[in-house]
Design a protein around this ligand. Structure first.
Ligand SMILES: Cc1cc2nc3c(=O)[nH]c(=O)nc-3n(C[C@H](O)[C@H](O)[C@H](O)COP(=O)(O)O)c2cc1C
Length: 194
């Protein structure tokens, strides 16, 4: 393994932003499948992989999503090629015998609060990998918390154990030069070496 070159680091971190607009062309299903496969390779506790994704791409799907959107997020979300409802499967333990066959670890998760907390933590870790994977494939993302989770769940999720975490617009990268990057914390503010 070697350090990625600056072109790659620019694409994944320095140039990519939270994008309100994308190129006006669709994202094919094979791209969504490759994106998902890459994100699922990230690390999770006991390989539990609680991330679940609802890709909202059809006009019918977008129409079901629209009533759940906050007013500030409505126009850009309806225009985005894909909107992804990023969820955590609070019943991820059903897959543990398949994804963690080394021993039966389901007993760690009998307490619903522990199970749901683990689902949320690990799905959010996977969501970070999803964003890095999307940018690596040349896609842009626009994550959003401004929507009604209960409405989105009722309209778009067919499994009651899938809990929406956030919504993310997705499409082929389009630069947004008018919008200056907000400040980031310094190393000293964000980190300690002990
Ligand atoms: C979980 C989450 C929720 C966010 N919610 C919204 C939102 O509802 N509407 C919006 O326009 N941007 C939203 N953002 C975008 C952030 O404001 C943005 O990521 C942050 O300001 C950094 O901007 P940058 O990625 O362009 O550097 C959200 C981002 C995240 C990760």
């Amino acid at each position: 393994m070697s350090r990625l070159d600056d072109t790659a680091l620019d694409q994944i971190f320095r140039i990519s932003r939270s994008h309100p607009e994308f190129e006006d062309r669709p994202v094919a299903q094979d791209v969504l499948e490759e994106l998902t496969a890459l994100a699922l390779l990230g690390p999770t506790a006991f390989n539990q992989q609680p991330l679940r994704l609802v890709f909202i791409q059809t006009p019918e799907g977008k129409a079901r999503l629209e009533p759940a959107l906050s007013s500030g997020n409505r126009a850009k979300t309806m225009a985005a090629p894909v909107s992804v409802l990023v969820c955590a499967d609070t019943d991820f333990t059903r897959h543990l015998p398949e994804v963690f066959p080394l021993s039966d670890v389901r007993g760690y998760y009998t307490d619903p609060a522990v199970r749901e907390g683990s689902a949320r933590t690990n799905a959010l870790l996977q969501a970070g990998m999803l964003i890095a994977a999307a940018r690596s494939l040349g896609l842009g993302v626009g994550p959003m918390a401004g929507f009604d989770r209960a409405k989105a769940k009722a309209a778009l999720v067919d499994d009651p154990a899938w809990e929406p975490l956030f919504l993310m617009n997705l499409g082929w990268f389009k630069a947004n030069p008018d919008n200056a990057r907000l400040p980031r914390l310094s190393f000293d503010q964000a980190a300690r070496i002990v």
